[in-house]
Design a protein around this ligand. Structure first.
Ligand code: PRX
Length: 647
């Protein structure tokens, strides 16, 4: 049955956009009406950005898993909900129908309950990309516990920081995970993390790799044993907890420009409505199609477009455990062929890394099932866009360039596949319901609305991207520190949400995101704060000070360039570099390893002691001459030295 809020023509898009600006309450109420509620909302929207307070569907009662599972079990129990492809091409894939997924989520909800989990408890999930990860996430949602999924690449230190910040009482993990030809021992990382988290009373461990693990008596239990107990007791269905619309659904940590990563909090109803709406419209999902999002569930893309968006739409979501280049660079294409994938949603970094292998890995692969291709996470360069379009899409598939953030919960600016126009390297137009604004350095609005809103500049305008009005899946708070949420996102420009991204808007009203304007790097689509990397480097006992900036990297988009003041010269430089890289991996995780480390004797600082990153950024980018004004520097000669030692 067609979904009434799926927009299918450009005219409809313009009408919907207009309505969403003129009468947002009616616009969202009409959409929210199509979900399963225990009780409908009393007030559609209460908000002010100055606190910030954002409440959608207040008074409404629901459980998101009834929208992702129960309603489909009734109408299409045998439809595949999750198709899982192993890291190893010769391991049997798994297909879980909506009925099977529902049963497993209910079983695991019983496990959580019998281990003392209650509504509102925080649960840390650190797992490989196997169906049990989705099952764990959904079981938390079913019981009303707040999940905090931590990406499997993060270090013990990063995990314990997140567990302590959220006050998690239970951890769900696995013995290990497979990534390409590597086996990573997840449980031992958790053991190390938990040395500093005494409040964690339970660890549930799934068997995946067969890696030997040590199980702490009284604390650690096996997933499989717990499921067997539930089965022996004959427990099947698990009634979904009734949640308030504004109850927290999950916390997901993400990097900002200062301090430690912050826990972005999303709420039940608004997040559900928006991920479903955006999934159906951007990807133009049609019943029966196979949707393959290559992200990890440890990131927001996996939350919204592997789990909640597709499942709330009754779609088939393909989950892949491995990496695009193992055992060879045909892996994605083999998967597309094997499961007749219709929608492929991946990151520009993955496209660029596959491009480096040429077109040979694509030869002889049947990609005729593909209808739509998507990108997310970082700006896509034209060369990668054209390659994706020509060689993967064979010139016949639409490409959607989707701009959004952990904080926005769902896709905000993107063409709707085949419905609104695409333009290479442009995310193009906002979804109905989203009001982007460009502001200048002072926070004054210089351009806004979309093409249909009638405010059109004559030329391309460039500014910082803000959003004017709340949307249902907007960040509600940063866990444990509401003030941080206000200062980070709602204080730069009055009455606007500040994204931290720079942006161009062309004369058609199309938006092109140019990258972060704050001290946040985007490395292979992963967000990393420069301050975070500096703090990690400074943990090395011989490092006096460091400054980290990004530089253009052919595959990763941005690479990490670290300028380091090092004390003592007893070891070789190569040795020290390895040591610093190992320190960063230990403190944050391998994703934050610096690509280049330059040893310097001083950093360019102003008289007030502030590091002039602008200069360091230019040097890292390869600029040698136009470094801008250096007269305000305490010691301009350090710039000369840094230039001489440039890598
Ligand atoms: O800089 C933007 C970039 O990724 C940032 C958000 O990162 P994260 O919260 O980790 O979420 C990534 C997945 C949604 C943004 O501030 N970004 C995301 N999508 C795009 C993008 N930059 C350019 N084009 C995009 N399509």
């Amino acid at each position: 049955m067609a979904v009434p809020y799926q927009i299918t023509s450009y005219k409809q898009y313009q009408e919907a956009y207009h309505k969403s600006v003129e009468n947002p309450e009616q616009f969202w109420a009409d959409i929210a009406d199509h979900f399963v509620w225990h009780k409908k909302w009393d007030r559609l929207l209460d908000w002010n950005f100055s606190e910030p307070k954002i409440e959608w569907f207040a008074g409404g009662k629901l459980n998101i898993t009834e929208n992702c599972l129960d309603r489909w079990v009734k109408t299409q129990p045998d439809q595949p909900a999750i198709i899982w492809e192993s890291n190893h091409p010769d391991e049997q894939h798994r297909i879980l129908s909506y009925k099977e997924l529902n049963d497993k989520v209910c079983q695991f909800s019983h496990v959580l309950k019998s281990n003392g989990v209650k509504k509102g408890d925080r649960i840390c999930i650190y797992m490989p990309m196997v169906p049990e990860l989705a099952i764990a996430v959904l079981a938390c949602a079913r019981i009303g516990a707040i999940h905090s999924v931590v990406f499997g690449g993060f270090s013990a230190q990063s995990i314990s920081d997140r567990i302590l910040d959220a006050g998690c009482s239970l951890v769900i993990t696995a013995d290990g995970c497979f990534r390409g030809n590597k086996t990573i021992p997840l449980k031992s990382v958790i053991d190390e993390a938990l040395l500093s988290c005494p409040q964690v009373e339970r660890v549930i461990v799934l068997t995946r790799t067969g890696t030997a693990v040590s199980m702490q008596k009284g604390r650690d239990i096996w997933w499989e044993d717990e499921i067997r107990k539930v089965e022996a007791e004959g427990k099947t269905d698990f009634p979904a907890e009734t949640m308030d619309a504004e109850d927290s659904l999950f916390i997901l940590y993400t990097s900002g420009s200062t301090g430690k990563p912050k826990g972005v909090v999303h709420s039940c109803a608004g997040y559900m409505v928006y991920t479903n709406y955006s999934f159906l419209n951007v990807f133009q999902y049609r019943p029966g199609e196979v949707h393959f999002c290559t992200a990890d569930i440890g990131w927001i893309t996996g939350h919204s477009y592997i789990v909640y968006g597709p499942l709330s739409a009754g779609a088939t979501s393909l989950m892949f455990e491995g990496i695009p280049t193992w055992p060879d660079a045909s892996r994605f294409w083999d998967i597309v062929e094997k499961f007749r994938v219709n929608i492929l949603y991946t990151a520009p970094t993955a496209i660029r890394s596959l491009m480096a292998f040429g077109t040979e890995p694509l030869e002889g692969k049947d990609l005729s099932s593909l209808r739509l291709l998507g990108t997310v996470g970082e700006p896509i360069n034209e060369e990668a866009w054209v390659w994706y379009h020509n060689h993967v899409g064979k010139g016949r598939c639409e490409i959607v360039d989707t701009w959004w953030q952990t904080e926005t919960g769902g896709i905000m600016i993107s063409n709707l596949g085949g419905v609104t126009p695409a333009k290479p390297t442009f995310a193009t137009l906002p979804l109905p319901g989203i009001q982007p604004m460009l502001v200048d350095e002072k926070g004054e609005i210089i351009a806004g609305g979309d093409a249909s809103a009638g405010i059109l500049p004559e030329n391309t305008i460039s500014g910082n991207l803000c959003i004017k009005f709340p949307w249902p899946s907007a960040i509600r708070t940063t866990w444990g520190d509401h003030e941080r949420c206000r200062t980070n996102y709602f204080s730069a420009c009055e009455n606007l949400y500040f994204t931290g991204d720079g942006c161009l808007r062309d004369s058609n009203g199309f938006y092109r995101i140019t990258g972060r304007v704050d001290d946040v790097l985007n490395v292979s689509g992963h967000r990393i704060g420069t301050a975070e990397v500096e703090n990690a480097i400074n943990m090395h006992s011989n490092v006096v000070e460091s400054a980290v900036v990004g530089y253009p990297h052919d595959i990763k988009g941005q690479g990490i360039y670290a300028y380091v003041i090092f004390r003592g010269h007893e070891e070789s430089e190569m040795h020290i570099r390895q040591d610093i890289v190992a320190t960063v991996s230990r403190i944050i995780g391998a994703i934050a390893k610096p690509d280049k480390i330059q040893f310097v004797s001083g950093l360019p600082k102003t008289r007030s002691g502030k590091i002039m990153r602008r200069i360091l950024r230019k040097i890292a980018e390869g600029e040698t001459e136009n470094l801008g004004d250096t007269t305000t520097l305490l010691d301009p000669s350090v710039v000369e030295e840094i230039l001489r030692g440039r890598l």
